[in-house]
Design a protein around this ligand. Structure first.
Ligand SMILES: Cc1cc2nc3c(=O)[nH]c(=O)nc-3n(C[C@H](O)[C@H](O)[C@H](O)COP(=O)(O)O)c2cc1C
Length: 158
């Protein structure tokens, strides 16, 4: 069984979580930014993990568009979803196509980070206006648990 982890990440946190997952999967998964992934490539895999950051109340737009456009193909694969966001509300997943949500074998929050030095000027102004502070809270144990679910699902534990 081949696994691909596809992610979007403006400020590297979702990328960092994806790298942790890849490590926890003992290198059995390929890791590709969404911007570099092709339909041909996806067809080579049995299982897909899709990681997205949440901005302004929704998972990143490119990930929503990807799940919408490639829905038919993705429904023929095993899929696992994770979000990197400060808040953990199930509404964030509801921005994804209903069929994808129902089909996903896991939907988890992996924690998040906010570092002002990584933000654009506009983002910095917005974060200052809402009095957001720099923080780092990646939930490594949840990423490890997700890796265990995937491994057992795909028979890697035998
Ligand atoms: C511009 C901006 C908007 C954000 N909006 C939300 C939000 O609506 N809800 C939330 O829970 N977290 C929000 N966050 C926190 C991000 O989801 C969190 O920092 C995440 O780890 C970013 O992932 P990335 O580093 O891969 O871009 C926001 C962060 C930024 C910079």
């Amino acid at each position: 069984m081949k696994i691909i982890i596809i992610y979007a990440s403006k400020h590297q946190t979702t990328q960092e979580c994806s790298l942790i997952l890849q490590r926890e999967l003992d290198g059995e998964a390929d890791l590709v930014p969404l911007s570099n992934v092709s339909e041909f490539q996806i067809k080579q895999y049995d299982a897909l993990v899709v990681g997205a950051p949440v901005y302004y109340g929704k998972p990143a737009k490119e990930v929503r568009n990807f799940l919408e456009k490639k829905q038919k193909l993705l429904l023929s694969k095993k899929i696992y979803l994770f979000l990197s966001s400060k808040e953990e509300t199930s509404e964030y997943f509801e921005a994804y196509p209903q069929k994808i949500i129902e089909h996903a074998r896991a939907k988890i929050f992996v924690g998040s980070k906010l570092e002002f030095k990584n933000l654009s000027l506009i983002e910095r102004l917005i974060m200052r206006a809402i009095k957001a502070k720099t923080y780092s809270d990646i939930k490594t144990e949840r990423i490890r648990d997700l890796a265990e679910v995937i491994k057992s699902d795909l028979g890697y534990n035998k």
